[in-house]
Design a protein around this ligand. Structure first.
Ligand SMILES: [Fe+2]
Length: 78
């Protein structure tokens, strides 16, 4: 396994950092989803582990998304 290209923008205002974090969470989710396709119905324990990671990445995405909301807004940040 190698390290993919980093999504670093070199802008470090707090909102920029959170947007980068959101991109990372989404990227991680996509990677685990691809992994799930490889192990689904073939490696039960690995499949279970990947599904847990997918849940974690979604939770982390939601947390960062909440941090990006403007005060008073309740809709998800996109
Ligand atoms: Fe994450």
């Amino acid at each position: 396994m190698g390290i993919g290209p980093l999504l670093e923008t070199y802008r470090h205002e707090i909102e920029d950092i959170l947007r980068e974090s959101l991109e990372h969470e989404l990227k991680a989710f996509d990677e685990y989803k691809a992994l799930l396709e490889l192990v689904k119905d073939q490696e039960p324990r690995l499949e279970e582990w990947v599904r847990e990671k997918l849940r974690e990445e979604l939770e982390q995405y939601d947390e960062v998304s909440k941090m990006l909301r403007k005060p008073g807004l309740i809709e998800a940040y996109h």
